[in-house]
Design a protein. Structure first.
Length: 473
């Protein structure tokens, strides 16, 4: 039995170890830029939280609507009077009443003696009795219904505007996510392009090393020429390895921006040559483009909320009317065992009219303070419109300049390749030096690096331009 148990235990341990060592299956994803953006809208934490804020604002609207619906409350109370309240009988009560009280053995609540059948003398201490029972239990239901309240009407409209504010905040979160995702996507594309250029340069250098070594063996060139080219090859190889490691990090950054686990596989469908980077200088001349900017819409909503707050403050000068109704049942007895032997029902309906008359000018100055907030919000909106116009003009000029720089770097890249080709031919024919070849190769690498930087600048500036003109909504 013990051997069987040990064998079973070892089997479980072996299976558990195998399960832990089993590789986690990864999901392969081949995404376009739009695929990444759509994925980010669903999985990016900032966007998800913004969606929750919209849901919370929707609940806030429903909560505000509920204020105007009937408010029904129940109440239950129980009292055990240690000393019941007393009522003083004045000396002008007629004698027959005293006779009736005395005949029913009604006791003085202070002396605990039966009240006499005749009124007390004028200078005597008046009698006092308690009309309360020692034990009482009250059960009631109250209904309140707003008929007219200016603050509630304005608050109801403000709650919907409040929800609109969070809906626009969600749009802003999506725009920010789209910008970050697009820039990260472009960074991966540019890094891949840079690696392609480095591979081409490395192939040229490797061929040059082979040719120079062959020439050195034949005695046509010196050993220092071979070493010089190998030195350049080693540096370029290290540069490529560094870029490849950065490319892995760029992929992880893209996954982070879209909310994808970094251990997932991700490849990109889009190619650099498929991107439309051209711009027509006559584009974006609409002077009202700022209405497309989510920032302008947010400031407009904030202004609307301030105006509604002003209306709410003014509505406090108006009266409010409320319908009320109550129904209750009361149980009283001096003996707790018989408390529920008798009950006394009561009910009423009515109206409560609240008329504000004077509160030390508080409402007046609250209105003035809110009027200042409205003016400030309008000033902020006007200033934002001016700032957005300046930002758009700056983004357009920056993008055009980056396009010109990219075009120039393409030309320089082509010239550097031609210079290297001619320099190699001269060197092979014995009319040039290896130093000239090395310098030409360095110039090509520099031209490639500047081309890559210009390409990245164009892509990023294009995103900033689209944002400036509100084209990412």
């Amino acid at each position: 039995m013990n051997k069987f148990f040990i064998a079973l235990l070892l089997s479980c341990i072996t299976y558990s170890s195998f399960a832990q060592q089993a590789p986690t299956q990864k999901t392969a994803n081949n995404f376009t830029l739009q695929d990444c953006i759509n994925y980010g809208y669903e999985h990016q934490d900032t966007v998800k939280n913004a969606k929750l804020d919209v849901l919370s604002a929707d609940y806030k609207v429903k909560e505000t609507i509920g204020i105007g619906l009937p408010q029904i409350n129940g109440s239950v109370s129980f009292q055990d009077y240690i000393k019941t309240p007393s009522i003083i009988f004045p000396d002008f009560i007629s004698s027959p009443i005293y006779a009736i009280l005395s005949g029913n053995n009604v006791k003085n609540s202070v002396t605990n003696t039966v009240i006499p059948s005749t009124p007390p003398q004028s200078n005597a201490k008046p009698n006092s009795v308690s009309l309360y029972q020692k034990y009482s239990n009250n059960i009631g239901v109250t209904l309140n219904q707003i008929i007219f309240d200016g603050s509630y009407i304005i608050g109801l409209k403000a709650s919907r505007t409040y929800k609109q504010l969070y809906e626009r905040s969600l749009i802003r979160s999506k725009i920010d996510a789209r910008i970050n995702i697009t820039k990260a996507y472009y960074q991966v594309l540019v890094s891949n392009e840079q690696i392609k250029l480095l591979d081409a340069d490395l192939n040229q250098l490797k061929q040059q090393v082979e040719q120079t070594e062959a020439s050195n063996k034949q005695g046509f060139v010196e050993k220092i020429d071979v070493d010089r080219i190998k030195f350049q090859l080693n540096n370029l190889t290290t540069t490529k390895e560094n870029i490849e490691r950065l490319l892995v990090l760029n992929y992880q950054l893209l996954k982070f921006q879209i909310g994808m686990p970094v251990n997932e596989d991700l490849t990109l469908k889009d190619k650099l040559e498929d991107l439309n980077l051209a711009i027509d200088p006559s584009d974006n001349v609409d002077t009202a483009f700022y209405h497309n900017r989510i920032e302008y819409n947010l400031f407009s909503t904030n202004l609307e909320l301030n105006k509604l707050d002003l209306k709410r403050k003014k509505s406090q000068f108006l009266p409010s009317l409320m319908f009320v109704a109550n129904a209750g049942d009361q149980f009283q007895n001096n003996n707790i065992g018989q408390l529920y032997s008798n009950n006394y029902l009561s009910s009423y309906v009515g109206l409560n009219l609240n008329i504000p008359i004077f509160n030390g000018f508080q409402r007046k100055y609250q209105v003035k303070e809110t009027q200042i907030n409205v003016v400030k919000a309008q000033n902020d909106l006007d200033n934002l419109k001016n700032a957005l116009t300046l930002q758009a003009n700056s983004a357009k000029i920056t993008y055009i300049n980056s396009l010109k720089s990219l075009e120039n770097q393409k030309q320089n890249q082509a010239l550097a390749q031609e210079v290297l080709r001619v320099t190699k031919i001269k060197y092979q024919q014995g009319v040039g030096s290896s130093i000239e070849v090395t310098q030409a190769q360095t110039a090509l690498e520099d031209a490639d690096n500047k081309y890559i930087q210009s390409l990245y600048d164009v892509l990023i500036n294009k995103v900033d331009l689209d944002k400036a003109y509100g084209k990412l909504n």
